[in-house]
Design a protein around this ligand. Structure first.
Ligand code: SDX
Length: 426
């Protein structure tokens, strides 16, 4: 660990020194907590593009090379060899589980798959056409009103129970949001099934007949959930950390993350990509006009599913999902023309100087909607799927924050550009 020092010298020649903190991978961070004391100035970094908010051991992204690690393991190896629930254990605990550890974890999760019966009434209180994300953010926030026995955030056992409850209950609640929207009866969890199989039966089975889904579809969904589980300090994870930094309970903190994920610049992009492809396919827009709009500074339209704050190369998750599309669409009966259009749009964009100069590549959301559609998941549920998968990442960061010796409430400063002090007239 080098002891690099940065010296800041102002125009009067006054110098201040700041230590650089180095991590395992990635650029060092200049420690500036004493910047104001030494210089009388704050930093200014809208969007926090060059600002480290915390130390974390959970995930690491190398944006230049398009690499994503979870507790050191590359995402492509996890997608190929792991399961979503094993990845949950890894993200929560830092190491892959032994057989015994996994069995105990799996039993604990299964203990919490059901939700309080009143939650059915809670969800039934929404209009039938409420957006599933509106139902999800409201219902997850309301969980804190049902589980008073695990809200003491200073109690490690409470923190763990809440983490397991959230991981266990998100699939149940997500399926309820879908079923309410469709006017279908809510299906109870079946703890004889694995995590993903259980979610699929809660989503798609009906009491009137036996239900069976293809193992291919279940594996595709498992991989999708692995790919969406965590991603460093993205907007929604940073929201969870900021909400949690005030001492807010885990359910309220995760609900804040769900709210942030909903935006089309973040987790809402998967739904926006399909709308974009649909509009090219069905409304006479062409690839050329779509790309022209994305480049037009007078048009707020952006090419959905493209670009990323950190990846300046292919998002490794997009590559894996595109591979899934190639493998599975025939078998799943997916929308091959939509996938062909997406491939064509990707080729046209990657050949365009505007995107090449800005290093804008497909991100995780570009192809995910095609797989989700092939799994018969409706578009308004796409971001719910993202939230369900990302819950383990959010709660892992929430837990890590509570173990951080440097933990304090997040409270950024500002550059005030309003009126100078003035007196009230009269
Ligand atoms: C996710 O952070 C995460 O890790 C997020 C995520 C996760 O797993 O949590 O990976 C999930 O949110 C993926 C991103 C999904 N969003 C989209 O696909 C929406 C479309 N993408 C853009 O809105 C944008 O690329 C962002 C929001 C993803 C990134 O925005 P930045 O980092 O603020 O980029 P920027 O605005 O600084 O753009 C730099 C330039 C600008 O042009 P100039 O001003 O330099 O001329 O690139 C342009 C932008 O106009 N640009 C785009 C573009 N993305 C950036 N132009 C057209 N289409 C785009 N998609």
């Amino acid at each position: 660990m080098t002891n690099r020092i940065f010296t800041l010298t102002d125009q009067d020649g006054k110098s201040s020194e700041f230590a650089v903190q180095e991590g395992t991978h990635g650029p060092g961070c200049i420690s500036i907590s004493d910047l104001y004391a030494k210089t009388g100035c704050f930093t200014y970094d809208p969007g926090f593009g060059a600002t480290g908010s915390c130390k974390s051991s959970i995930s690491f992204i190398n944006g230049e090379e398009g690499i994503l690690l979870h507790r050191g393991y590359p995402i492509d190896q996890l997608a190929e060899k792991s399961s979503y629930l094993e990845l949950c254990y890894l993200l929560l605990n830092g190491e892959l589980p032994s057989e015994t550890e996994f069995a105990e974890f799996d039993s604990s999760i299964k203990l919490h798959t059901m939700v309080h019966e009143n939650i059915r009434d809670f969800i039934n209180g929404f209009r039938y056409d409420a957006h599933p994300m509106a139902m999800l953010v409201g219902t997850v926030g309301a969980l804190s009103s049902f589980y008073h026995d695990s809200l003491d955030i200073s109690n490690p056992e409470h923190r763990q129970t809440s983490a397991h409850r959230l991981i266990a209950k998100l699939p149940t609640i997500a399926s309820y949001c879908y079923r309410h929207h469709r006017g279908l009866p809510f299906m109870y969890p079946d703890n004889n099934l694995g995590y993903v199989d259980n979610f699929m039966q809660m989503m798609f089975s009906v009491p009137a007949q036996d239900y069976k889904h293809s193992s291919t579809a279940a594996r595709a969904l498992e991989v999708m959930m692995i790919l969406h589980a965590d991603h460093e300090q993205n907007a929604s994870t940073s929201t969870v950390r900021l909400a949690g930094s005030s001492g807010a309970n885990p359910f309220a903190s995760i609900a804040a993350g769900i709210a942030s994920l909903w935006g089309p610049a973040h987790g809402g992009a998967n739904e926006a990509v399909i709308n974009m492809l649909d509009s090219i396919y069905n409304s006479g827009e062409t690839i050329e006009t779509t790309i022209a709009r994305a480049k037009d500074k007078n048009d707020p339209f952006r090419l959905m599913g493209f670009g990323h704050r950190v990846y300046k190369n292919f998002d490794p998750r997009a590559k894996i999902i595109a591979g899934l599309c190639h493998e599975l669409l025939d078998e799943l009966g997916g929308d091959q023309p939509m996938f062909d259009l997406a491939l064509e749009l990707e080729q046209a964009t990657l050949a365009d100087d505007y995107f090449k100069e800005r290093r804008l590549y497909p991100n995780v959301d570009f192809y995910s909607g095609i797989i989700l559609r092939a799994l018969n998941i409706p578009m308004n549920m796409f971001t719910v799927m993202f939230a369900m998968a990302r819950t383990v990442g959010w709660i892992s960061h929430w837990l890590e924050m509570h173990h951080d010796p440097e933990f304090r409430i997040g409270r950024p400063r500002q550059i005030y550009i309003g009126h100078a002090k003035r007196d009230y007239p009269g």
